[in-house]
Every structure is written in structure tokens, then in C-alpha cells.
Design a protein around this ligand. Structure first.
Ligand code: GAL
Length: 423
């Protein structure tokens, strides 16, 4: 155990090592083996609203699963930047945590295809989960008739978060509904002396912004087709989107490639930027940080499109405490568990029987939109593309952030699609 943990952590370097230690991952004296009553829950929710959501779930687990103990295996870093490397090493070395966080959709299929997680279909039947979740989500969790994970939530990715004071001082009173309007507003903020009005971070956060621009320029159906093979990445509308994305990057902070999403969020909180495109975990995070002067709007031009992703939990093959893990999974899927988690995580419950009145203002709006809006998946958060594809997209965007070469980015995305789209 001691050796495998060290080897795994070495894969992501010293920063992740410090984080893993700080978050209290399973220590070497914890025993384990059969008969363990510890459930190591592996996530990247180590701080702010993300940690608050996890804490809510842990509290409910304590109520539901007497005799079991939660063990925090969190490895910090937005969207799993570090956690996924540690997890991959641990799975490879047959040292899985008892459960880990995985996005519904293509990302989950990576683990299913690799034979790393257990079929939970029988548990779905005994816990009544097939009736509790919407059919579309069940479809995204199912491979060849089997269901492999329990969703904790639905998040929305295509949301712009604003600093209300900064907007007011620039005389902006209405939300922009198209890109031209957004750029006009960015110019107004710039004219007030804010050099980089649109805050952004590294690779995956740039992929999020790029995906939002693609939704605007291609529309939701053609956008979804980019990930299924129905839309060609060489389409001229993709060229237009890359050019629009390039324009937007000129309004962003030049240190973007070194920042995580929370660093970019801080620029908004500090009034050094007016806007940030980010998933709705930002609502919970701003609340947790007691920043109240914020508002939000759908990314301009996305209309009634809800770009979704879902966090789910799995039972890895070889988990030390499958019984305790099943109790964790049951809690995750329960009405009480989803309420405990989502009221502080910014997401909405995946269960259709949740009561909107139980949720804060932002989530009440999101619950309504989820029912009526057009749903599209996210590559940055695994519902649209596999981890390999995500990595290729992130690295292409990293290059673009430095060289702004439109043709090169389009070619790299087309090449990635030809490699990763399901034939
Ligand atoms: C996503 C995850 C969210 C949130 C976000 C930022 O991938 O689904 O729950 O944690 O990353 O870390």
C-alpha cells in the first residue's frame, strides 16, 4: 500500500502530493482489507462549494450507514486535473479507492470499457433508482443494458458569472444575448480601465469557453454532432467559432494558462474582471466564499440550451469495502442524499422527485431550465467525449492560447475527432 500510493502520487508531481496529503487520503496505517468499515471516497472536491457539497453527503452517509466511516480521498484541482492521473495509477496498480467520482457519459464508458468498475443494475432495482432518474440520464450511464454508477447531480456548464458592481460602474444594465452584444459590453468594461474583463484559467476552462462559442455558432444540434461524428470539425462554422473564440481570448487575462478556475473566479470577486464562463459549481463556491454581488446569464447566443454534465459514483473492481461502498452509493442516489449534496454544490438533483423549494435561488432557475431547455453534453466534463479526446482538446487549446493559429486548432480538433469518435 505504501509503495503503490507513492508511485501513484509521483505520477502527478509534488503539488498533487502535497494536496493528497493535505486532504487526508487513506493513510498507510488504516488497515483496509476485507472487513474494513472505512469507505474511501475519491473526488477532486477539496475546497469551497465543492467541499461543502461533499460534506453534506458525508453527513447523510453518517446517518444512513451506521458503522461505516467516511475516508476523504480528495485530490484538489478543478475538473479533476490532478485527481484523474492519481486515480489512473491506482487503478492500474490494483489499489482502487472504495468509490470514485466519474462523469456520466463518455468518460464513464472509459472505465467500463477498461473493466474497472462493477455492474450496479441489481442495486438500481432494489433501490428503485430506474424510476428516480430521467431516462436520458439512465441511457448515459448504461452500457449494453448494464448500469455502472449512481449520479449525484446535474450541473450546467454554459453559464457566465458576473460581478454586479463592475457591470454597474460600466453602465451595463442588460444581459447580452448574442456575441456582438457581449463584445460591446466587454469593450465598455475595458473602457473603465479593466484590461482583462473576461477571467479565464487553463486548458479545460478554455475548452469550456470554446464549447460555448461552438454552441452559439453551430446551434445545439450541430454542436452535439461534433462529438458523435455527425458534424465535421472542418465545417466553416467551426472556423467562424474559432475566430470568435480568438477574439474573446483578447479580453482575457494573459496569465490564463497558469490559473485554475478558482483563481479566475477570484479575479471576478476582486473586481479585476467582470465575467467568467464557468459551470454552476461557481454559484455554490461564491456562496461559500460569502461573495454576494454576483449574477449570471446563459452564454450569449446559446439561447435555450442547457449544456449538462453529471457527477456520479462507482464501485471499482477490487474495492476493499464493497458493502460500505454500496451504502455510500445508496445515499448518493437517495432523495435525502441528493438534497444534502446539491443544496450546497450549485448543481441540481438528478432525481426527478426533488422539490425545487428546497433549493437556493440559482438552482430553482436551473431546475426549471433543465426541464424545458435543449440539452447538449460537455467534452470538458466528460459527458460528450472520452478522457483521451478531452486530453487532445486541452492540449490543442493550450497551444492555441500561445499561438492563436486558427487553422492549426481546427486541424488538431478534426484529427482528434477522427481518432476518438465512436465508429
Ligand atoms: C467538474 C465536476 C464538478 C466540479 C468542476 C470543477 O468536472 O463535475 O462537480 O467539481 O469539475 O472542479
Amino acid at each position: 500500500m505504501r509503495f503503490t500510493r507513492r508511485a501513484a502520487v509521483a505520477a502527478v508531481g509534488v503539488a498533487a502530493l502535497l494536496t493528497a496529503t493535505a486532504c487526508g487520503s487513506s493513510d498507510d496505517s488504516s488497515g483496509g482489507g476485507s472487513g474494513s468499515s472505512k469507505v474511501e471516497v475519491f473526488t477532486w472536491w477539496a475546497d469551497g462549494g465543492e467541499k461543502a457539497g461533499l460534506d453534506g453527503l458525508v453527513k447523510q452517509f453518517g446517518t444512513d450507514c451506521a458503522g461505516q466511516t467516511f475516508e476523504n480521498g480528495a485530490v484538489a484541482g478543478g475538473a479533476g486535473a490532478n485527481a484523474k492521473s492519481v486515480l489512473a495509477s491506482r487503478l492500474q496498480q490494483s489499489d482502487p479507492p472504495d468509490t470514485f467520482q466519474a462523469h456520466a457519459g463518455a468518460e464513464l464508458q472509459d472505465y467500463i470499457n477498461a473493466g474497472q468498475i462493477e455492474d450496479l443494475s441489481a442495486d438500481y432495482d432494489s433501490w428503485g433508482l430506474k424510476q428516480a432518474f430521467p431516462q436520458g440520464l439512465i441511457d448515459n450511464l448504461t452500457v449494453e443494458g448494464k448500469i455502472y454508477s449512481v449520479p449525484a447531480n446535474i450541473h450546467r456548464a454554459n453559464v457566465v458569472w458576473t460581478n454586479k458592481k463592475v457591470l454597474a460602474s460600466a453602465g451595463i444594465t442588460k444581459d447580452p444575448t448574442d456575441l456582438a452584444g457581449f463584445i460591446a459590453d466587454l469593450d465598455k468594461v475595458k473602457a473603465k480601465g479593466i484590461a482583462a474583463p473576461l477571467a479565464i484559467g487553463k486548458d479545460w476552462t478554455q475548452l469550456m469557453l470554446f464549447e460555448s462559442v461552438l454552441i452559439t455558432d453551430l446551434g445545439p444540434d450541430k454542436f452535439t454532432g461534433l462529438w458523435t461524428g455527425a458534424t465535421d470539425w472542418n465545417d466553416p462554422l467551426v472556423t467562424k467559432a474559432i475566430n470568435d473564440f480568438k477574439t474573446l481570448l483578447t479580453y482575457t487575462n494573459s496569465d490564463r494558462d497558469a490559473l485554475d478556475w478558482t483563481d479566475a473566479e477570484k479575479l471576478v470577486m476582486d473586481g479585476k474582471a467582470a465575467y467568467q464562463l464557468m459551470g454552476d459549481w461557481e454559484a455554490a463556491d461564491l456562496d461559500a466564499k460569502k461573495f454576494t454581488d454576483y449574477a449570471w446569464f446563459t452564454f450569449p447566443g446559446n439561447g435555450d440550451t442547457f449544456q449538462w454534465l453529471a457527477d456520479s459514483f462507482v464501485l471499482p473492481k477490487g474495492a476493499k469495502n464493497p458493502e460500505g461502498t454500496k451504502c455510500w452509493l445508496k445515499t448518493v442516489g437517495s432523495d435525502a442524499g441528493q438534497k444534502a449534496f446539491n443544496t450546497t454544490k450549485g448543481s441540481i438533483p438528478a432525481r426527478t422527485d426533488a422539490k425545487p423549494a428546497d433549493y437556493p435561488k440559482y438552482q430553482q432557475a436551473a431546475i426549471a431550465d433543465w426541464k424545458s431547455f435543449k440539452q447538449v453534453p460537455s467534452c470538458a466534463h466528460g459527458s460528450a467525449c472520452s478522457q483521451g479526446w478531452q486530453g487532445a482538446a486541452n492540449s490543442a487549446l493550450g497551444k492555441f492560447s500561445t499561438n492563436s493559429d486558427v487553422a492549426e486548432l481546427q486541424k488538431a480538433m478534426a484529427t482528434a475527432a477522427s481518432e476518438f469518435v465512436k465508429k
